[in-house]
Design a protein around this ligand. Structure first.
Ligand SMILES: [Cu+2]
Length: 268
């Protein structure tokens, strides 16, 4: 009898151990940045190993890119100048896209962070490569990485031709990424096409934000128009009063008047 009790207790403790084990697995905090390797190789003419990371699969729109560098002995390189050169080959023509090169020569937690704004998906229209130029340990070289760009389910990049002067603008939606009921951070980044190879950030636009639920015919109060915060990024606030499909209607004004209107869809 006594033996049976101990056996039962032993079995119970095993079950408890197992279930709490599962629970604690569920509660394991996800790392702040979940790096996903998208390419690696040696920079041409050097012995520097280049690893290219993103946080999610690359899509049309704004993509944070993280570069890790290693010397021939496998030691992480902490000081370097890193720059990006994306190029889409469309057969009859080639074009680049907006970029944000890593601003610091010093790695942050081992990585050089920057961003690339891919303007089209890979596919029948053409294919993308991403050149990563590296200067480190007195050497200079480039890793050329083929990359695949997918079109996200909901567009995060819009383009319009300015009604005032014909400038082609590219507008990337950065926030909200995880929309919730209430006040959300709103962030967009603005670029223009100077040539097929040059897409600088635009810092002088005025943006009016008007959220709308198209199927219900109402908007929301207490929104804050995004204003320029540096490098072509504009930050504001958007208030979602309920879940469902929202349009983030944006009116862009440049120096001489209204450039145009566009909207991003947010559905949650
Ligand atoms: Cu293209």
């Amino acid at each position: 009898m006594k033996k049976n009790i101990w056996l039962t207790l032993w079995a119970l403790s095993l079950i408890t151990l197992f279930t709490t084990g599962c629970n604690s697995d569920d509660e394991t905090p996800t790392p702040t940045i979940a790096y996903q390797k998208i390419a690696e190789g040696t920079a041409d003419g050097t012995d520097i190993k280049v690893e290219v990371y993103s946080t999610e699969e690359l899509t049309t729109g704004y993509n944070p890119i993280y570069i890790a560098l290693f010397d021939a002995t496998g030691k992480r390189i902490e000081q370097a100048t890193v720059s990006f050169k994306p190029l889409m080959d469309m057969g009859t023509m080639k074009h680049a896209s907006p970029i944000e090169n890593p601003t610091s020569n010093q790695a942050q937690d081992g990585y050089f962070p920057g961003a690339v704004v891919f303007t089209m998906p890979s596919g029948d229209m053409g294919s993308w490569i991403l050149d990563v130029q590296v200067q480190a340990n007195g050497k200079t070289g480039t890793l050329t990485a083929p990359v695949t760009i997918k079109e996200p389910a909901t567009s995060r990049l819009k383009s319009l031709v300015s009604a005032t002067d014909g400038t082609r603008y590219y507008i990337a939606l950065l926030q909200p990424q995880k929309p919730k009921i209430g006040i959300n951070d709103m962030e967009v980044a603005m670029y223009k096409r100077n040539s097929m190879m040059d897409f600088p950030a635009v810092t002088n636009l005025t943006i009016a934000l008007e959220p709308e639920m198209p199927t219900m015919g109402h908007g929301s109060p207490n929104n804050v128009n995004p204003t320029h915060s540096g490098n072509g990024h504009y930050k504001g606030k958007v208030n979602f009063t309920m879940t469902g499909l929202w349009y983030l209607n944006l009116t862009l004004n440049d120096a001489t008047g209204e450039a145009g209107k566009l909207y991003f869809e947010v559905n949650f």
